[in-house]
Design a protein around this ligand. Structure first.
Ligand code: GLA
Length: 503
């Protein structure tokens, strides 16, 4: 594999679509001016990593299954200057009112202390800083850094503002210390270090943020090997468009983690262990449903497959049958029922599943979560298959939209009913979107609020946005301004991944 480093550019047109360059130029100039007035020196470089919209494949990355996101042109910028005279790190934000400036010093013992119990914006910066320095193992003291951040990914909106921030901070720390790691290493660092803030996240967001390419979505595989495959959307006539709309219900993953995100991670990992036990696979110690599936099929006779999609479908459908058979308690499992079912003592169970991240529940829904994981994975491979096999046909665009849209709608249903990660506002906004002409509409990201993504034919985008504005936003938020509106509903194209901008 050729080495793949974060590209360095002096031209904004390498990063953004031509139509966006003027606005970005102003934004970059403003960042540089503010930097100079805060720190009294010029920045040496700007690190940049974007947010993402997940087109399909929700809550299956941490079960080891592929997902299908694309980067958006909303991103996190961190302008940096360095010094070798001390190791202090100053972190400020262009929105200093909302995000007050902080300062910390490098600590030889723990690098930097992060208090995950406090909800503090610079925790994300510290996570990326700490993760990168842990990896770099510098012999000398790390550089002192002046940093100024400008983020345009809406926070708590399901577009992975936090991953964009952690990735950018890790990149900024790397370059400030004159090192160069490959993109895939930066991704791994960002995945692991985001967990310092208390959420046991999967790897989709960081991968999409760093590795994405303009004009393609990214099919991300985690197991058996981490790899990313750029996939273009089918060339239809009219073109395909994705509209992102924010419910304006703020979903903070960190705050709700014990009863939402972290709980789902536990429910799916315990389910995987239960299935492994029932199938006699515990010796191989699989940790995710994908590992269970891979190990199970090494021991099975299978038909000859003519394509990867056929093999995926066969295996995933088979796994669904096994779930039906072995995850028997449809009403849910108590903690002690789970430990019994996986063959661990209560204290072993606690230390394996319940102690690393905060989790709270009376009953754990192993069955419905498993149904979601395997059906959602099927939808992802089918979605990719349609994209790849429909490259040149323009005559049947409507059929392509309908098929892709249907997969997105089914994903929303499963997120709502099996994974319980939707909320009334997401349900309403997706329903309004379908009525307004979307072929498919679903929540994107972790859910419980945040954004939806809708597949809309490009020639319909304007009418679609007008209708959704009227039916959702103006009804719920009659005082919303035009400016705010352009931030809560917008069409998005697949954009480029991480970059360094230099002067
Ligand atoms: C968050 C996590 C991701 C992924 C999604 C749900 O964005 O950070 O790893 O699990 O939720 O698909």
């Amino acid at each position: 594999m050729p080495q793949d480093f974060v590209p360095v550019t002096q031209s904004l047109s390498d990063i953004y679509a031509e139509a966006k360059c003027d606005a970005q130029k102003k934004r970059y100039q403003n960042l540089v001016e503010s930097f100079k007035s805060i720190y009294g020196v010029e920045p040496e470089f700007i690190a940049r990593s974007p947010g993402r919209v997940n087109i399909i494949g929700e809550h299956i990355d941490y079960a080891g299954f592929p997902v299908f996101p694309m980067a958006v042109d909303r991103d996190c910028l961190i302008a940096v200057s360095t010094t070798s005279s001390d190791t202090k790190v100053h972190v400020a934000n262009v929105d200093g009112k909302k995000y007050p400036a902080r300062e910390f010093d490098y600590d030889t013992e723990c690098i930097v202390h992060i208090d995950a119990s406090i909800h503090e914006w610079t925790n994300y910066f510290k996570s990326g800083y700490k993760g990168m320095l842990e990896k770099l193992q510098l012999k000398e003291s790390p550089a002192g850094m002046n940093c100024l951040m400008d983020g345009s990914v809406p926070s708590g909106g399901g577009m992975s503002s936090s991953a964009a921030f952690v990735c950018t901070a890790a990149m900024a720390t790397m370059k400030a210390n004159k090192r160069n790691l490959e993109k895939s290493e930066i991704v791994q660092i960002a995945i692991e270090s985001e967990r310092y803030v208390g959420v046991n996240s999967g790897g989709m967001d960081q991968t999409a943020s760093v590795m994405s390419r303009a004009d393609s979505a990214t099919f991300i595989e985690f197991e058996p090997e981490f790899r990313t495959i750029p996939v273009e959307f089918p060339s239809t006539e009219p073109a395909i468009s994705f509209v992102v709309s924010n419910t304006l219900v703020t979903a903070d993953k960190v705050v709700s983690a014990p009863v939402c995100y972290n709980l789902r991670v536990v429910e799916t990992s315990v389910g995987a262990m239960l299935l492994a036990k029932e199938l006699g696979l515990l010796d191989s110690n699989p940790k995710t449903y994908k590992e269970v599936m891979d190990i199970y099929f090494t021991k099975q006779d299978e038909p000859k497959f003519t394509s990867e999609t056929e093999q995926w479908s066969y295996r995933l459908e088979k796994m669904l049958q096994l779930v039906e058979k072995y995850i028997v308690k449809r009403e849910g499992y108590t903690e002690s029922e789970m430990s019994h079912a996986v063959g661990l003592s209560d204290s072993e169970f606690k230390s394996k599943f319940m102690s690393k991240f905060p989790v709270r529940a009376e009953l754990f829904q192993l069955y419905t979560r498993a149904v979601h994981v395997f059906t959602e994975s099927l939808r992802v491979v089918r979605f990719r298959d349609i994209c790849e096999s429909r490259k040149s046909s323009v005559s049947d665009s409507k059929d392509t939209f309908t098929r892709l849209g249907q997969l997105m709608n089914e994903s929303q249903e499963s997120c709502r009913d099996n994974f319980n990660c939707s909320c009334p506002e997401l349900d309403e906004l997706t329903a309004i979107s379908r009525k307004a002409g979307a072929y498919g509409s679903r929540l994107t990201g972790a859910g419980w609020g945040g954004c939806t993504v809708s597949l809309v034919s490009e020639d319909q985008v304007e009418t679609f946005i007008k209708t959704v504005r009227k039916e959702y936003f103006q009804k719920r938020f009659p005082n919303i301004t035009e400016d705010e509106m352009s931030d809560v509903i917008f069409a998005s194209r697949p954009s480029s991944g991480a970059y360094f901008y230099t002067f």
